[in-house]
Write a protein that binds this ligand. Structure first.
Ligand code: 13P
Ligand code: SF4
Length: 350
């Protein structure tokens, strides 16, 4: 059997399972999923949209999450007690989330708050982090944010404190700080394991935003060199990038935003336009297929291997073992604290 025939057989079986399970099942998928998975999902979104959907759906017994681990974990924290969250592959992690170990984050938090004494620091955690880090933020008056509401989360935090400690994506943190008008010396990188994160007491006192030294290997691959090449070839093109890109890439883009923002940007562009996109390749390819009247190009091919771990075969296996395998469970203690930070995010006005 050809590979395509094989996929078609699997997709048919998945559709049968979906029919059997009816309203008991909801399949959530992130925009970076393969096209076959996206076509099978009940809801497709960015991290913010997916967390909102997980919190809103109170009926489905089973939430099957096609994305990476931190997203499924957040869905489990926001879901109802009777709901079961499953992932087709629990090994689909996130490199960036792995850069912030919760023991090391807790130590850094203790060190910085002890050093700063009466100065109020608000911890802000990007969705792309383990539940334990969200819990640290929740119990210390902090908030979760995603690429679509980081500015609102920073505004919220500066209404409550003088400084922000942002985990784990230094680029989203810096790009948000730049947008808000902070100068480079008001944003310092905290290198885990070094005293005061490798900073001097003076630089920490002066800083308004402390940026954990984490980054996404998929998005930091894009360079200004790629932009120069593409701009030379397509002088009339628009360039849209994700805010996990480096600041020098963001500075040269026409628009910056979450994956849903990028989807809408392409949708709203006039027919015939050329749009160069700096984000994960599966999303760029899908947009190119969906809009044949527009010239959709990748800034540079960059695939997230973790997102790619979710395959139709694994999704079928999960549906055949519904409620039994690859269940995502967060302990009650972590859940309670992490939920505080997630709920604060869901209450933000973007
Ligand atoms: P979005 O919230 O923009 O979908 O981003 C999630 C992500 O992991 C990007 O790398
Ligand atoms: Fe994590 Fe980057 Fe993959 Fe997003 S694209 S899930 S940040 S590794």
């Amino acid at each position: 059997m050809s590979e395509q025939n094989n996929i078609d057989v699997i997709v048919n079986k998945i559709n049968e399972k979906k029919k059997d399970l009816g309203g008991k099942l909801i399949i959530l998928a992130h925009h970076y999923q393969r096209k076959e998975i996206v076509a099978l999902a009940d809801y497709i979104g960015d991290s913010y949209g997916l967390s909102k959907q997980a919190a809103a759906d109170k009926n489905a017994e089973y939430i099957v999450f096609c994305g990476v681990h931190f997203m499924a974990e957040s869905a489990e924290i926001l879901s109802q007690p009777h709901q079961i969250v499953q992932m087709p592959d629990t090994n689909a992690g996130c490199w960036m989330a792995d850069m912030a170990d919760h023991y090391i984050v807790e130590k850094a938090w203790e060190e910085v708050t002890a050093f700063l004494g009466d100065t109020t620091v608000i911890p802000v955690v990007y969705m792309n982090a383990d539940a334990e880090i969200k819990a640290i933020c929740g119990r210390n008056g902090g908030v979760v944010c995603t690429s679509s509401n980081a500015h609102a989360a920073f505004d919220w935090s500066f209404e409550r404190g003088e400084k922000i400690f942002f985990f784990p994506d230094q680029h989203l943190g810096r790009n948000t700080g730049n947008k808000m008008g902070f100068s480079p010396d008001e944003m310092v990188v905290w290198q885990p394991g070094k005293p005061l994160g490798g900073n001097t007491p003076e630089t920490i006192k002066k800083a308004k935003i402390l940026l954990w030294d984490g980054y996404c290997l998929v998005h930091t691959r894009f360079t200004t060199h790629h932009i120069a090449e593409k701009r030379a070839k397509y002088p009339d093109a628009k360039l849209v990038v994700h805010p996990e890109c480096r600041q020098e890439v963001v500075a040269l883009a026409d628009a910056v935003g979450s994956t849903s923002f990028i989807v809408d940007y392409v949708k709203e562009a006039p027919a015939g336009s050329t749009i160069i996109i700096g984000t994960e390749i599966n999303l760029v390819r899908r947009l190119s297929d969906n809009y044949p009247d527009k010239n959709i190009l990748t800034l540079h091919d960059s695939l997230c291997p973790n997102m790619y771990k979710i395959s139709p075969e694994k999704l079928l296996h999960t549906l055949e073992n519904i409620g039994k395998e690859n269940i995502i469970k967060v302990s009650d203690k972590v859940k309670n604290d992490a939920k505080k930070a997630l709920d604060r995010m869901l209450e933000l006005v973007n």
